[in-house]
Write a protein of this length. Structure first.
Length: 258
């Protein structure tokens, strides 16, 4: 797997610790899944306190999709096969192959042999929580929606989320999940601006909750992240930033920096 554009993520030396001061918006590196199958390589350190990658499902041809499926394990292939819509199946394959590809390059382990495990579910404690590496030297988060896939890697807990622009109905239905101050901010906006404001608020919440490891088991209304162009830190030890993605989507990443 190769990267078609390195992207201005965080230009810091490899030994630098996580930092609180990040650029206002982060730009992910665009991934190219048409490259050769990843294999055993020399591991490398994380280049920065945060690495972000973007893949677009619609840009993958048939050969790229076949190569991507080869990187999945048995469970992932079964889950992919369960999707009825080809587009949903392709999105799942690209997302999980992208994750395995960047982890393979980082750890120097073949993508299909990565030591991935499932954390206990934050809700019931069952063995079906979010995926993680047995070694906690690298934390990662994965999100996909529609045509986009975003992967985040960091030395500390991290969460990333991407979503398509919410509909007006979705905004109305989900308002109880907003912090009271966010709901008030949203109500002050013109109706045509609310879907974009709600979507950027929602991806910020999801990114933070994924970073915490709770997901939506934790009430999203508890945490204020803001509806405006700049996110608010939901807690002193967390840094939250919006991510630049194509029109029609919003994305955000949360990084534990304290």
């Amino acid at each position: 797997m190769s990267e078609s554009r390195p992207g201005p993520l965080l230009a810091l030396p490899a030994h630098a610790p996580p930092v609180v001061s990040l650029p206002e918006r982060l730009c992910p590196a665009v991934m190219d899944l048409s490259g050769p199958r990843s294999g055993g390589r020399v591991p490398r350190p994380l280049r920065r306190p945060l690495e972000l990658y973007l893949a677009e499902v619609g840009r993958q041809d048939g050969l790229s999709l076949r190569r991507a499926r080869e990187l999945l394990d048995t469970e992932e292939r079964a889950r992919a096969a369960a999707f009825h819509r080809p587009r949903d199946r392709d999105a799942y394959v690209v997302a999980h192959a992208a994750l395995r590809g960047v982890l393979s390059t980082l750890l120097g382990i073949p993508a299909e042999a990565l030591p991935l495990v499932r954390e206990p579910c934050a809700g019931c404690g069952g063995p079906h929580g979010r995926p993680a590496l047995r070694s906690r030297d690298v934390h990662f988060s994965l999100s996909h929606s529609g045509d986009l896939v975003v992967v985040a890697l960091a030395p500390t807990p991290v969460g990333v989320d991407v979503e398509g622009l919410a509909t007006t109905r979705a905004v109305l239905d989900a308002r109880p999940a907003l912090h009271v101050a966010e709901a008030e901010e949203l109500a002050l906006l013109p109706v045509h601006e609310r879907p974009a404001a709600f979507t950027r608020t929602w991806v910020r919440k999801e990114a933070y909750l994924k970073g915490l490891g709770t997901g939506l088991v934790r009430d999203p209304a508890l945490d204020y992240v803001g509806t405006g162009p700049r996110p608010a830190a939901p807690a002193p030890e967390w840094t939250l930033r919006d991510v630049l993605v194509p029109a029609g989507y919003a994305a955000a990443v949360a990084l534990r920096t304290g």
